[in-house]
Design a protein around this ligand. Structure first.
Ligand SMILES: [Zn+2]
Length: 140
């Protein structure tokens, strides 16, 4: 993506199998973390040995809301602003819930419960006109 730039470093990656979130998992208690954490924060876990892992791409939409006004920088949004849906996604196979924008035309039409899939897509453009890409979820 020569004309695109990631919204943030070390949060997602494009693999041969598709996009994945870059997280970590405690080697002792298996607690998952996204973003990645160098230490385990489980108060019942006495060790702090986390390993990098990939999360995704399949999940279930656990909750949804609509971002009705432009968020402050550094969040990138389309200009002119269009409200968008934000989902809390249950990545059941990974044992973690993550937040992400939803790729839908009508943010008010989304209801929780259905399957979603991780994708990398533009959030908007930076000052140089490049697409700013981040993880998002598409329905289905
Ligand atoms: Zn642990």
């Amino acid at each position: 993506m020569a004309d695109a730039t990631p919204a943030a470093a070390n949060l997602f990656v494009e693999t041969a199998e598709g996009p994945r979130l870059l997280g970590s998992r405690c080697a002792t208690c298996q607690a998952p973390y996204f973003p990645s954490s160098a230490a385990c924060h489980n108060p019942d876990c006495n060790h702090s040995d986390t390993q990098p892992v990939h999360f995704g791409p399949h999940g279930k939409l656990w909750s949804v809301t609509v971002q009705g006004y432009p968020p402050p920088p550094p969040v990138v949004a389309a200009d002119p602003y269009r409200p968008y849906a934000v989902g809390l996604v249950d990545l059941e196979a990974d044992g973690i819930r993550v937040i992400g924008r939803l790729l839908v035309e009508d943010p008010d039409s989304v209801t929780p419960g259905g399957p979603v899939e991780l994708v990398l897509a533009p959030l908007g453009q930076d000052a140089e006109g490049r697409d700013v890409v981040s993880w998002q979820f598409k329905l289905g």
